[in-house]
Design a protein around this ligand. Sequence first.
Ligand SMILES: [Zn+2]
Length: 348
Amino acid sequence: MSTFFIEFRDPLFGIIIFFILVFMISISSYWWTKYSNKEKNKSLDKFLKDLKQTPSVAEMQNLISKGSLSIKSWMLLASLYAKNGDFEKSIEIYNELLKVDDGNNTRELMFLLGRTYFKAGFLERAKQIFLNILKNNPRTPEALKYLLLVYEYMRDFDSAFEVLEPLDELEHDIELDAHYLRAMKLLSDHTIQDDAKVEQLIEIYKKDGDLTYLIFEYIFRTDPQFAWKNFDGCKGEKLIDILWSLDASKLDLDIISKNSFLKELYTARGDIKEVTKSTIFELDVLINLEKRANATLSFEYICDGCKQVFPFSFSRCSSCHAIDTVRVDLLLVKDHYKNDFEENNSFQ
Ligand SMILES: [Zn+2]
């Protein structure tokens, strides 16, 4: 019998017990891992389901306070909501995160909240947030830049000028911003007469030759003669849409006859017959068509900073907020005005 049973004092007995224990621990560990993965997947499925159903504000508050996701994940989610234009959800998430934040992410969360308020058009709230950030951390250039934008959008140009000073101290180039704010303040001031405005705008333009589009758009509209007098021959292409839509009675033929671009432009429009071709494709086509087809120019506006295309001109890009980066692009299109005009006249 002793050959079949191992006595408990036998060393072999200890080894067998050891292997039994290892086996049991491995089995229980395997089942525990499987169970916890299943629970995790369940919770992930629930979260994804919640996302698809866009949880209500109360549900989101509940999820954030429970801490079921990390702050960084919530921040990513908030930025996705803002990108898709759901600013309300994005703002709610940032506000709730600020309530549970331990102080490590406060400045970043406040900045993101302020930026979302700005994008959503809540300028006063955005202003308060950025001022709050700067009260505790005055050397925060991103908050200063957004505060400048907020003041500009609020047409509070004096406060915007005050923001330039700390930005200058932080070694940011503020020259163009200063010119732009001066020009914008002038343009929005209804107490200044048009002739005084054009004089001051030209003064700003002559400093560095920037803001060409903003300044000449106004001057060609209010005082074309003064605009031609100060017209810089090499800036014609920058102003092509303004020059194209200028009334024939407002043209300065002396200046046009001395500038090759202007000669091509107004030959293409049919005002003069000075050239037979152009290096600009669209103008070349129109010159060669000589009004035999209902074609004209249309324009779109590209930001040289972020390459975003807009159907209207701008002085500050609404996407990347860069100043004076507009480039006018030409398009050959059917001249609907000419069609309508001819159809209306044929019934007379
Ligand atoms: Zn841009």
